[in-house]
Design a binder for this molecule. Structure first.
Ligand code: KG4
Length: 336
């Protein structure tokens, strides 16, 4: 079964082709236009999607070495995401599905991130056993998800304010670093002392996360230190980055570890843009190795937004005949 996946929920335009979940192509066009603004500008994102979508889809089909007529269904991200961006991918998918006279499958972007672990690079790729726990950490979400099957997943805990990626990006911004700051903090942290600075950690019940207190305490530390030394950030950026990253990892692992312990589940996975962070990857791997738990750490290409994961999520829905109507609108927030 050949599925064409299309992803356009935020600032990456992506198209991928899979055959029975084996990856044939995965093309991603990232939008550089937002860098000057320190964050994603929704209107510019939709315009860039409009420019990118035709060449990206053509390239994915070309790299897959298939003919358009061999595609069995088109899976597209219906939400959550930026409304304008979602509209471009949704409208394009509908047009192509009509032209090729094939079914459309609507995919929840977050299901895509979870099911990214079922993208096979070849027939031998190992995939998680059910049930497994997934730590989904990105610029917009921080969730602990219990995954019973490709069709049955439930949120055990999630952030009550900022997402982990926002904590990285917003703290990086006050340090004067470009957007997105997460990867730069990751780089800087490798030369810094993670114990140098202490930032606030939340004390909230259950499996939920909070990152806004950390953000405030980071800001106050900079404000106080800058009064004494105007070059404080420049002189201490590696230690600041390392201490910030360690605090975020401690917060993430505290609740994820609690969920692993309480459920007794022996297979875990991570996903979303922040799962590209080298400290997060090492912490999850080490936690699992010590306890005989199997950890699935995705390749970096599959951590950020990509259409391969949308195609895989679409594959499973299509297997059960779950297609969507040509009139289906995108959803910015509502989870499908
Ligand atoms: O999943 P994603 O591409 O899309 C959103 O939901 O936004 O995640 C993007 C987020 C950004 O906050 C970015 O700073 C963060 O992932 N990120 C990282 C790293 N790579 C990307 N954060 C920390 N370390 C990284 N290496």
């Amino acid at each position: 079964m050949i599925i064409l996946g299309i992803e356009s929920s935020c600032d990456d335009t992506s198209a991928a082709v899979i055959k029975d979940c084996v990856l044939l192509s995965n093309v991603i066009a990232s939008q550089k236009v937002h860098e000057a603004y320190g964050g994603v500008v929704p209107e510019l994102a939709s315009r860039a999607h409009q420019q990118n979508i035709v060449p990206v889809v053509s390239e994915a089909i070309r790299q897959a070495g298939i003919n358009k007529s061999e595609i069995d269904a088109i899976a597209f991200t219906r939400g959550p995401g930026l409304p304008g961006s979602l509209h471009v991918g949704t409208a394009f998918s509908k047009g192509l599905a009509l032209a090729l006279n094939i079914p459309l499958v609507d995919v929840n972007h977050l299901h895509g991130h979870v099911l990214a672990h079922f993208i096979k690079e070849d027939e031998d790729t190992e995939v998680p056993d059910f049930p497994f726990l997934c730590l989904l950490i990105s610029g917009g979400n921080s969730q602990i998800i219990k995954v019973e099957s490709p069709y049955d997943m439930g949120i055990m805990g999630q952030t009550i304010d900022d997402a982990a990626g926002e904590a990285f990006d917003k703290c990086a911004k006050v340090m004067g670093l470009p957007y997105p700051g997460g990867p730069i903090i990751d780089q800087l942290a490798q030369q810094g002392d993670p114990k140098r600075f202490k930032f606030a950690k939340p004390h909230i019940e259950g499996y939920n996360y909070s990152f806004s207190g950390l953000k405030t305490s980071f800001l106050y530390t900079l404000r106080d230190e800058l009064k004494l030394n105007p070059n404080f950030i420049e002189e201490n950026k590696a230690d600041l980055a390392a201490s910030l990253q360690k605090t975020i990892i401690d917060i993430l692992m505290d609740k994820f570890g609690k969920a692993i312990k309480d459920t007794g589940i022996k297979t875990v996975a991570i996903g979303g843009g922040v799962s590209a962070n080298s400290g997060v990857r090492a912490a999850v791997q080490q936690y699992c190795d010590r306890r005989g738990i199997k950890a699935f750490i995705p390749k970096r290409t599959f951590t950020t937004d990509n259409a391969a994961m949308i195609a895989v999520a679409g594959h499973y829905k299509f297997l059960r005949g779950e297609t969507c109507d040509i009139t289906a609108p995108p959803f910015a927030r509502v989870i499908i």
